[in-house]
Design a protein around this ligand. Structure first.
Ligand SMILES: CC(C)(COP(=O)(O)OP(=O)(O)OC[C@H]1O[C@@H](n2cnc3c(N)ncnc32)[C@H](O)[C@@H]1OP(=O)(O)O)[C@@H](O)C(=O)NCCC(=O)NCCS
Length: 137
């Protein structure tokens, strides 16, 4: 079952992310930060449950122009069953409903499985772009 991610899911989702290769966690993933993100983007982030156990999660939101997906993860015991793709489908539907026409995401270059997943479900690698970052401090 796919359902919206609420802050009550935080502990289970964090445990999943912490054991998911390819998910990079930072201070932006504190309970407070995730609560803020979910409040700013209601109904865009989702979890997958099987028999009451949380087996997948994804963050999704938009800035009014473009959508962004972060931290998609599926528990290793439940991979290759379409759960990851299903979570992404829910995110894209929520963005479409909000009037957002394109979504971006970030993948570590060394995450070969993750890159294969995104390409296989129809995403395009933007090889012409380089990500740049700076602290606001
Ligand atoms: C990437 C991830 C979310 C995929 O979840 P999943 O539920 O197994 O994916 P799906 O079953 O929906 O896969 C859909 C298709 O993607 C492709 N795919 C999925 N995992 C793949 C892998 N490890 N290698 C190559 N292709 C893969 C396949 O084409 C698959 O279809 P198929 O099973 O019929 O061949 C999961 O492997 C994961 O949690 N990885 C660790 C975290 C991570 O890297 N997240 C991405 C961060 S950007």
């Amino acid at each position: 079952m796919i359902r919206p991610f609420t802050i009550d899911d935080y502990d289970a989702v964090l445990a999943l992310w912490q054991t998911s290769e390819g998910v990079g966690l930072s201070d932006a993933d504190s309970r407070e930060s995730i609560a803020g993100y979910l409040a700013r983007n209601p109904g865009h982030s989702f979890v997958a449950e099987i028999d009451g156990a949380l087996v997948g999660a994804v963050l999704c939101g938009h800035d009014g122009r473009r959508g962004y997906i972060h931290h998609l993860a599926v528990h290793p015991d439940y991979r290759r069953q379409g759960i990851g793709q299903n979570l992404v489908t829910y995110c894209l539907a929520a963005l479409r409903e909000a009037g957002i026409q394109k979504c971006h995401l970030f993948v570590f270059g060394e995450n070969g499985n993750g890159r294969a997943f995104w390409q296989d479900i129809g995403w395009t690698e933007r090889v012409e772009l380089v990500l740049m970052s700076k602290s606001t401090k």
